[in-house]
Write a protein that binds this ligand. Structure first.
Ligand SMILES: [Zn+2]
Length: 445
């Protein structure tokens, strides 16, 4: 059976991930993501109203016209997890394919949110919910499986397409976490079993390629967070924490530690409210009695209550860790809300600044404003959701893939991974591929 991999997006940048795999007459698409830095650069564009082709020209979404060149029919559109660089283009692209959308229940809810916010296109693809360990048939001879992985959001999987020529493992995104705080540990045993049965190709998350060592567990981030919160137990200023709203484990830890030091946590910001609602729906531990406000009027009411009852009794968990100008933290720092920072207030960034010029500039502006007001800053109380080099070695050992396809990075990021694969006996251009957006890799005839 002929097997081809079309590397559509995310092979020249960290963002807009999309890959299509053809096995005989059947094609499976993995992810349809947004390139956040391109969207940030064009702050004035309303993505939800724009046409796909204009967004493709901007470099904001994958150029999926390459899928039309594959000689097969799309049988499924599969999402690995709910981050925007993986699901953010679903509203723009999925309607072009007569195929079901397949994802874990949590990811599927986030896909539905994306589709509800889309103003330009109607999407009526069937939505199929699938749990890790389950499979569905793809065409007559292939099968799709989900393997549970750990990442910086919940409900993440590595999808696997089983073909008569071996498995194609879509490895975006994960870290090898054996103590992930609120979910099961990563299912590394399943990866070893897949390796024993034969892996034709492994598409790898190279976000952190070239970084030495092992990505720490979420329980390490949790311990660091507890250390910071304990140190703030006796302060009587405001306490504001910010992290990725999608990072349910992290938000849950912040809520727990806020309560431990006698402060009432309040979640503020549109995405904080969305994710808290979705997380509770799936019984993740964001307690029902924690307030979450997403709309401006209710946010302002909550902040007036904080001002009236005493800021020392609350912990505000807000959006805006990258300094996004319209997110909560920047608006609070600019005094655009009923809350005003005072000297001695504390802000905990449970996130790392994404190393990208737009972000770095915005974060710099935010931090300067906060420091001018005498705010104490706790930066980078965080661990990454992506594998570092020791994780990459372990995955190669477990899967022993015939072919490796590095993804989720620029060319220089991919180069670090190619060097690593070479040290494990792979040969660049032969069985470790160096793809660009829009290339097709032939794997079996
Ligand atoms: Zn991700």
């Amino acid at each position: 059976m002929e097997i081809e991999i079309a590397t559509i997006g995310g092979y020249e940048e960290v963002g807009r991930n999309m890959t299509a795999v053809r096995a005989g007459d059947d094609v499976v698409i993995f992810d349809m993501g947004l390139n956040l830095s391109e969207v940030l650069l064009h702050d004035d564009v309303a993505v939800e109203r724009m046409h796909s082709l204009d967004l493709i020209d901007l470099g904001a979404i994958p150029d999926d016209r390459a899928v039309g060149d594959l000689e097969g029919s799309v049988r499924a559109i599969v999402f690995s997890h709910g981050h925007l660089d993986h699901v953010g283009a679903v509203g723009k692209l999925a309607h072009r394919y007569d195929a079901p959308i397949v994802a874990t229940p949590f990811t599927l809810e986030l896909v539905k949110d994306q589709l509800a916010g889309e103003e330009r296109f109607e999407t009526d693809n069937t939505l199929v919910s699938m749990e890790p360990g389950e499979t569905i048939p793809i065409g007559a001879r292939c099968e799709l499986e989900f393997v549970h992985v750990t990442h910086s959001t919940v409900g993440a999987v590595n999808p696997v397409l089983h073909t008569p020529e071996g498995a194609v493992v879509y490895g975006l995104d994960k870290r090898l976490d054996h103590t992930p705080v609120i979910e099961d540990p990563i299912d590394v045993e399943r990866f070893s079993e897949l390796g024993d049965r034969g892996v034709l190709a492994y598409i790898e998350d190279c976000t952190n390629a070239g970084r030495k060592g092992r990505t720490p567990s979420e329980s390490v981030a949790r311990a660091r967070l507890r250390d910071v919160f304990d140190s703030l137990a006796d302060t009587d200023g405001a306490l504001v924490a910010t992290t990725f709203a999608s990072h349910v484990a992290r938000v849950a830890s912040i809520v727990e530690f806020a309560r431990e030091i006698g402060r009432e946590p309040i979640l503020l910001g549109r995405s904080m409210q969305t994710y808290a609602t979705t997380a509770r729906h799936f019984d993740y531990p964001i307690p029902e009695d924690v307030e979450a406000h997403g709309h401006r009027a209710s946010i302002e009411r909550a902040l007036r209550r904080v001002a009236n009852e005493g800021r020392e009794d609350f912990c505000l968990v807000v959006t805006g860790h990258q300094g996004e100008p319209r997110a909560m933290l920047s608006r609070m720092a600019r005094n655009e809300t009923p809350f005003e920072f005072d000297a001695g207030d504390a802000v905990v960034f449970s996130a790392r600044t994404i190393p990208e010029p737009t972000n770095e500039g915005q974060r710099h502006r935010l931090e300067t404003l906060l420091r001018q007001r005498g705010v104490r800053l706790y930066d980078d109380v965080h661990v990454s959701g992506h594998l570092r080099d020791e994780g990459h070695y372990e995955m190669l050992e477990r899967l022993r893939p015939e072919n490796v396809v590095p993804a989720h990075q620029t060319l220089s990021g991919i180069a670090s991974y190619v060097t690593l694969a070479e040290s494990q006996g792979y040969t660049p251009g032969e069985d470790v591929h160096i793809p660009r957006n829009g290339t097709t890799i032939q794997l079996a005839e």
